[in-house]
Design a protein. Structure first.
Length: 138
């Protein structure tokens, strides 16, 4: 009986929403992102674009990780990825606070559909991006 009660308590803890939390995809501008990445000491592809590619449809909801909320972890996740045929590929987390934040960013990027970048002949081309996601408890 104790183990059942314990299991129910754990399920309630993990399913309870954490109030006053936010996650946002940072899009403050290319120069700002490049400077912030350099200040963070990130070694990113010099040909990468900073920010986000155009979205084909709305980005899926980003969920604040339970572990990060439990330990009151906040921070910025920098991620580098290639967009090919509208999908994020070769996703590399460059920096972040851990505690599930990086996994959530990767999950969202894999589920997002982007508009493919095109060359002058309107053919889709692989393009490298560096983006940031801010996790904060308000």
């Amino acid at each position: 009986m104790k183990s059942l009660l314990f299991a129910v308590c754990i399920m309630m803890l993990y399913s309870a929403p954490v109030v006053a939390q936010s996650v946002r995809a940072s899009q403050p501008g290319t120069a700002f992102m490049a400077n912030a990445a350099a200040e963070a000491g990130l070694d990113v592809d010099p040909d990468a674009y900073f920010g986000f590619p155009p979205l084909r449809k709305r980005m899926p909801s980003i969920v604040y990780p339970v572990r990060a909320a439990q330990f009151q972890i906040e921070g910025r996740v920098y991620v580098e990825y290639t967009v090919k045929k509208g999908r994020a590929r070769d996703i590399r987390i460059r920096d972040g606070p851990e505690y599930g934040c990086e996994e959530e960013v990767e999950r969202v990027l894999r589920a997002t559909r982007f508009e493919p970048m095109q060359d002058e002949n309107e053919e889709p081309v692989e393009t490298r991006f560096v983006s940031a996601f801010d996790f904060s408890l308000n």
